[in-house]
Design a protein around this ligand. Sequence first.
Ligand SMILES: [Zn+2]
Length: 280
Amino acid sequence: MTGPPATAAARPSVLAVFAHPDDESLACGGLLAWCHALGIRTSLLCLTHGEHGGQPGTQSLATTRANELRAAAAALGIDDVALLSHEDGMLPWIDAALLERDILDAVARTAADVVITFDEDGLYWHPDHVAVHERTTAAVLSAPEPRPTLYYVTIPNGAMRAVLDESRTRALTQHAPSPPPTHILGIANPDAFGAHAPAPTLVLDTGDFARQKLMALHCHRSQLGTRDALPLMTSDTAPALLAIEQYRRAAVGAATDTFLERLAGRADRHRAPESPPSRD
Ligand SMILES: [Zn+2]
């Protein structure tokens, strides 16, 4: 078997590693959509089907969430999705070496220059998220040279409170007002998101790509209960409420700046640029 074509190998490559369908959209949907528009290869490794979270419909929740993830990935332009079947809710107790091997396989398969995963706060201290942070850190540490650069992502503290407040206002001003929303993706406390996250080293304004982020979030319907704020959000408010994403360079992995640092200075987040950035 021959390797990938030279043109594909020359493309920068970013791999996102998360625990459940919907993590990718909420944490870094704007960046993934932006990377796709820039011609950067975007890949996702999702370690569980999230089969224990949400309301089952006529089919199993695992199947529903796999379909939702496929739709969200299409909305974001993710090139490659690997959805594994580790048990939802059990990631801290699954053999660490097994998870690290899965992550290393994905790093090798996608030739990732950049890996993104949860910061140590796990967005809101979700045990599966914290485990993925730890396993991905260990995997990158043990990756063969040249190692990818590892970034941790969290939610800007206060961002989900702003989403909830805006959706509550919208609910009150509707002709047939719906009950005011109380949750964000099933989480009852919007202030929990990013509450104790370490300070970021990179803050990205993903601009209009936040509209695709919202589209992707809306794909995860099984996670959006009747009191959830996200279904009330519309595309016009997405750039103001969802565009800012926070990243932190890990101590492990390559130490050089990547295309992510250069995104911070780009003013083209409101349109798709002509050519991809270089690999490093
Ligand atoms: Zn999750």
